[in-house]
Design a protein around this ligand. Structure first.
Ligand SMILES: O=C(O)COP(=O)(O)O
Ligand SMILES: [Mg+2]
Length: 229
């Protein structure tokens, strides 16, 4: 069933937070733990969903901005290191994988697609979560937010993953949940699919994406449509 899509797009690149996993509860737990250590009140779940998407450093900065004085100049590296330490102690909820994700990735991989991840989540946390979810074996190239000097919306992480997977951008599709994924894909000259259930932080109609899917298991059909267009 995926044969046209497979010939046209042998490489598939995915975003992580908000696309494959609903990580807002764990990210929120980590950020609120950090804020509490600084005497700050917690931020709400809906605030967290607006903070996710630009990497851990921006997340932490936004947490401080939303609860009082912004971080003092020069304080970020230490506070960020502490956030990573806290997050590393939070066990991954096995139910954080969105419905249909594991089955669909397995199906696409079995069909012959090569799968990779380009996330703004720090690399060490990405590998920890993938490992705890037993998903590491599905993704043959993983680029975290700090793997390269640039993160999304730069196209570099996507191009790096495509190259690691032995592909070319014109034979690859990006799938993500926010504007950074769309901008990175556009700059890499890759088609882009957006999921409607993540943390878009703006109306879906403003993402400027090629196809919006409501559920992850709609991806194989979306790829067929892109391949036919
Ligand atoms: O951690 C973030 O800020 C976002 O991560 P993502 O790129 O996987 O959505
Ligand atoms: Mg995301």
């Amino acid at each position: 069933m995926t044969s046209t899509a497979l010939r046209r797009f042998p490489v598939l690149v995915f975003d992580f937070d908000g696309t494959l996993i609903d990580s807002a509860p764990e990210i929120g737990e980590g950020l609120n733990h950090l804020l509490a250590e600084h005497g700050r009140p917690p931020v709400t779940d809906s605030q967290i969903r607006m903070f996710i998407g630009d990497g851990a450093a921006r997340l932490v900065e936004r947490g401080f901005e939303a609860t009082g004085e912004p971080l003092a100049p020069g304080a970020l590296p230490g506070v960020l290191a502490r956030y990573l330490e806290i997050y590393a102690t939070i066990p991954t909820d096995p139910h954080c994988i969105y419905p249909g994700v594991r089955e669909t990735l397995e199906r696409l991989k079995t069909a012959g697609h090569r799968l990779g991840l380009a996330t703004n989540k720090p690399q060490v946390l990405t590998h920890k979560v993938l490992g705890e979810l037993g998903m590491g074996g599905l993704l043959d190239a993983v680029c975290g937010g700090d793997t390269l000097p640039e993160r999304k919306p730069s196209p570099k992480p996507l191009l790096w993953v495509v190259e690691q997977l032995g592909g070319t951008p014109d034979g690859a599709v990006m799938t993500g949940d926010n504007k950074n994924d769309v901008l990175a894909a556009r700059a890499a000259r890759m088609p882009v699919v957006s999921v409607a259930y993540g943390y878009p932080r703006m109306p879906l109609s403003e993402l400027g994406t090629d196809i919006i899917i409501d559920r992850f298991d709609e991806l194989p059909e979306a790829l067929e449509r892109l391949a036919a267009s």
